[in-house]
Design a protein around this ligand. Structure first.
Ligand code: FMN
Ligand code: ATP
Length: 279
């Protein structure tokens, strides 16, 4: 995980900021960042509900330093008080970049006209960014992920959806009965719909082709699991943090009548995943 570079860049050196929540650091967010120029920074207002790129995972997706503000601590501020705070925090601020729907201050009562009124510098407003006719927003991306529509979620993100997890001990059944898997505990990230996915798994900075199962193991112990099987390598070691990038959903989670039937299906999943990942 990349550490926030905001600790390295003094706020006094920032002349342009983009303001928003920025969960996902998606395609439209990236369009805003393109207007930041040389001395840009990102002001991220933390709602506490970010689960596409939880706070400490956001810096990986931008070269600009991210400065976090907790919504709970600032939501009582009037529009003027919020802008005054921003001006105080960034004393050399010349330009603010926001999207078409940006609103701020108590009860989000202030929007673009008030921003232009209250901030004396330049205000750049990015028009609505759509992909295939759909407006790009974190909340829309979450819905596609919950639906298992990874391909469209990735399109709106402008990259593959990625989660981080810590390896945990599984049932010990995988390598004996089925295929070896890395079992993960995932916190803070939104998990896509239950099912089987073609994925890429990053271990110690190396990316491997993989197939990942998410869901209740209806065929074995019934408990919820996130399990990744690496396709091109036999993984024996244990690893602390593992990253999984989702590429495409292969099928729904199913209950099989026997371990043999599940094993047969897993072999089909592996072939399908290889096909999708072109290996
Ligand atoms: C590609 C793949 C597909 C899977 N599909 C299902 C499934 O449809 N239903 C199910 O109950 N378990 C499924 N599993 C989970 C297995 O039940 C699980 O890997 C097995 O119980 C071993 O668990 P362990 O790693 O904790 O030992 C799948 C696992 C993999 C790797
Ligand atoms: N589709 C878009 N087109 C242009 N600007 C956008 C778009 N989506 C977000 N922005 C801008 O990006 C900044 C960050 O916004 P925000 O974090 O609310 O993103 P969001 O994806 O709309 O999130 P949510 O779905 O939670 O409302 C804001 O300035 C916002 O106006």
């Amino acid at each position: 995980m990349k550490k926030s570079s905001s600790i390295l860049v003094n706020k006094k050196d920032i002349t342009t900021i983009a303001i928003g929540g920025f969960d996902g650091m998606h395609f439209a967010h990236q369009k805003l960042f393109k207007n930041l120029g040389e001395k840009g920074g990102i002001v991220s207002i933390e709602s506490g509900f970010s689960n596409l790129t939880p706070k400490s995972y956001r810096q990986e997706y931008s070269k600009y330093p991210i400065y976090y503000y907790v919504l709970e601590n600032i939501k009582h501020l009037s529009g003027k008080e919020f802008i005054d705070l921003i001006k105080e925090e960034f004393p050399n601020l010349k330009k603010i970049v926001v999207g078409f729907d940006f609103c701020f201050g108590k009860n989000r009562k202030n929007c673009i006209p008030q921003l232009k009124e209250l901030f004396q510098g330049e205000v750049v407003v990015i028009e609505e960014i759509k992909v295939d006719g759909i407006s790009v927003h974190s909340r829309i991306i979450r819905e596609f992920l919950k639906d298992g529509n990874i391909e469209f979620a990735n399109k709106l993100l402008g990259k593959n959806y990625k989660i981080f997890g810590d390896q945990i001990k599984g049932q010990g059944l995988g390598s004996k009965q089925f295929v070896p898997t890395i079992n993960l505990r995932v916190e803070d990230f939104l998990l896509p719909k239950e099912g089987v996915y073609a994925t890429k798994t990053i271990i110690s900075e190396k990316k491997h082709n993989s197939v990942t199962f998410l869901g209740h193991r209806k065929t074995t112990d019934g408990s919820y699991a996130v399990e990744t099987h690496i396709l091109d390598k036999n993984i024996k070691n244990s690893y602390r943090t593992v990253q999984v990038e989702f590429i495409k959903k292969l099928r729904e989670n199913e209950k099989f009548d026997s371990f043999e039937a599940l094993k047969e299906q897993i072999q089909k999943d592996i072939l399908n995943a290889k096909n999708i990942l072109s290996i």
